[in-house]
Design a protein around this ligand. Structure first.
Ligand code: HEC
Length: 196
């Protein structure tokens, strides 16, 4: 009986240890590290989003969609360049329906996109989260929710997006999938990967 109990405990311990160490035996972050990276990620996503929205709003006022199309590109923002250098990170956005094919998601990004998608579809709030990747990399992901400001370029063609504007978008992005959204829907995620 005693032997049986010890075997049961051993199995239980092994099972718990496995749960903790994630599927591929990746290392885990300490709670302190997790907090630091989560805060860093949130700050970067927020600063970038504020700058991007400001630029987009101004460009839309000045020149409509035609004049603003180039401003929804975080890769082209000097702020993103300096933030990524300062924090030793890669900063990007990704989506299951990308406009720019370069923004297609990787495997871990798809996992998070799917889970955020399920949450927002149920009306739950998706919260930023962390994930350890291989090679000592720490990934941060946060949801990007569509807002009314975004509809003229990511809403429905013909109603929210003027046909003439969509012609311009399609010319620049022939593989565009990023339309048909409504405010409040998940448009994509911030994907920030830190070198640990
Ligand atoms: C003036 C048109 C315009 C507006 C307004 C606009 N976008 Fe975009 N969006 C684009 C273009 C063009 C791209 C492709 C940028 C690139 O080349 O990386 C894009 C790309 C994106 C991407 C990256 C994934 C992908 O599809 O390639 C996300 C996420 C995104 N937009 C979210 C938003 C959100 C959220 C808003 C509102 C705050 C918004 N956009 C407003 C035109 C727009």
């Amino acid at each position: 009986m005693k032997a049986l109990t010890s075997v049961a405990i051993l199995f239980m311990a092994l099972f718990l240890a496995q749960c903790k160490s994630d599927k591929s035996g990746e290392q885990q972050l300490t709670p302190d590290e997790e907090k630091v990276y989560l805060e860093k990620g949130k700050a970067i996503a927020e600063a970038t989003f504020t700058a991007l929205s400001g630029k987009l709003t101004k460009a839309m006022e000045d020149g409509g969609v035609a004049g603003a199309v180039q401003y929804c590109n975080v890769a082209a923002m000097p702020l993103v360049d300096s933030l990524s250098k300062a924090s030793n990170a890669t900063i990007r956005r990704t989506s299951q329906k990308p406009r720019n094919p370069l923004d297609a998601p990787s495997e871990w990004e798809t996992e998070i996109l799917t889970s955020f998608q399920q949450m927002t579809a149920k009306g739950e709030k998706a919260m930023p989260r962390m994930k350890m990747l291989d090679n000592n990399k720490v990934a941060f992901a946060a949801p990007i929710i569509l807002q009314p400001l975004c509809m003229k370029c990511h809403g429905t063609v013909g109603t929210d997006i003027a046909e003439a504007d969509y012609t311009i978008i399609k010319k620049l992005y022939p593989k565009d999938e990023a339309v048909g959204y409504k405010p409040g829907e998940l448009r994509g995620i911030w994907s920030i990967v830190f070198e640990k």
